[in-house]
Design a protein around this ligand. Structure first.
Ligand code: ZN
Length: 123
């Protein structure tokens, strides 16, 4: 950073407002306060900095497009272990629910059969 110390590193408020009027923060565009009191804008992913905030977002495309391509061409190929475990846990829940319903259905079926037998015995 030109030998200057970065005193503060914060997300940059964008000119865009969300629907509820709250300011939208560009978390990938860092506002860097330097040791000499000047401010530059930096990329969250690498050492790229610029005094012009509008220079950061085009630069971020370099990082985004690579990630974007990965996720679109291989939607399940890039799962982290944590994501995989989370998905398996979801699957477990669904399977458990299905098992529970199957058990209930079998019980209901059995009860119905018993009832039919009882009725059958009476006639
Ligand atoms: Zn960068």
């Amino acid at each position: 950073m030109g030998g200057l110390e970065v005193i503060a590193d914060e997300p940059t408020p964008s000119p865009i407002k969300s629907r509820d009027g709250a300011a939208v923060l560009w978390t990938q565009t860092r506002t860097l306060l330097l040791g000499d009191g000047s401010t530059v804008y930096g990329c969250q992913h690498c050492d790229y900095t610029s005094p012009n905030v509008n220079a950061i977002r085009p630069h971020l495309q370099a990082h985004n497009s690579r990630r974007g391509k990965k996720t679109t061409t291989a939607p399940t190929g890039d799962l982290t272990l944590a994501e995989l475990v989370a998905r398996l846990a979801e699957l477990d829940k669904v399977t458990a629910a299905l098992d529970e319903w199957r058990t209930r259905a079998l019980k209901a079926e059995k009860a119905l059969r018993t009832l039919r037998n009882l009725l059958g015995d009476r006639t």
